[in-house]
Design a protein around this ligand. Structure first.
Ligand SMILES: *Cc1c(COP(=O)(O)O)cnc(C)c1O
Length: 223
């Protein structure tokens, strides 16, 4: 299938998942992850009407950012970010999805020239290999992050384990949404916890069913 056909099919599935969940389509941002493809292919996604693009590595992000500069694009950085690379990229990014340490937040605060919308990456599945805060470590981290003017926490991001079955996915997404809701209730200054970044090609409909407001879809655009 062409990128345009895939985009239509994905858009239809996003709309269907929203309808099934009783949610408005406008509540969900469809973010196209272009990490597998050339800037030319990424341009096809933009031409098909997608306005939000994501990369997971700084070098690839910068390559696409330059190559696609002629377009109106909202840019997402979704992968783990090394502290020494923050200065190269942070002022080009509209949303950063992988805030996974206090030290990284402090470096962003130092290098950013404006408040950056960030998702706190969480690891509710407890897998040792995964990036992200364990739920029990979040409060202490937020006490520090809350003092940083240039780090604006808007919500949580999670990645499902590759081997998760359907039930495990549903449980993970629901737990992440509940964690988000409980953090929102704390009413921390400058932190809304209104957003949830979760769901990829294989599981974005389930993520939408459990409250995702940003889905990060890669493979499905380019099959
Ligand atoms: C690659 C990637 C995605 C997209 O995954 P697909 O399975 O290709 O849709 C989403 N989020 C992150 C953090 C990624 O690295």
């Amino acid at each position: 299938m062409t990128v345009a056909e895939n985009t239509q099919a994905i858009e239809a599935r996003v709309a269907q998942a929203c309808q099934k969940a009783g949610r408005d389509r406008s509540e969900v941002h469809l973010v196209a992850v272009t990490k597998y493809v050339t800037p030319e292919k990424a341009q096809e996604v933009v031409d098909a009407g997608v306005t939000e693009l994501a990369e997971n590595r700084v070098d690839k992000f910068l390559e696409k950012y330059q190559a696609l500069a002629g377009n109106q694009i909202t840019w997402h950085l979704i992968g783990s970010l090394q502290r020494r690379k923050v200065k190269d990229v942070i002022n080009k990014v509209d949303y950063f999805h992988a805030l996974d340490s206090v030290k990284l937040a402090q470096e962003i605060d130092k290098r950013a020239d404006h408040p950056v919308a960030c998702f706190l990456q969480v690891n509710v599945s407890g897998e040792e290999s995964k990036h992200g805060f364990a739920p029990e470590d979040i409060d202490a981290a937020l006490d520090v992050i809350g003092t940083l003017d240039k780090v604006r926490i808007i919500g949580l991001m999670t990645m499902a384990p590759i081997d998760a079955d359907h039930d495990a996915l549903e449980k993970l997404f629901e737990e992440t949404n509940q964690l988000r809701a409980s953090l929102a209730k704390q009413n921390r200054e400058g932190m809304t916890f209104s957003e949830l970044s979760m769901g990829m090609s294989r599981d974005f409909p389930e993520a939408i069913a459990h409250g995702a407001t940003f889905v990060r879809v890669g493979t499905a655009f380019f099959e």
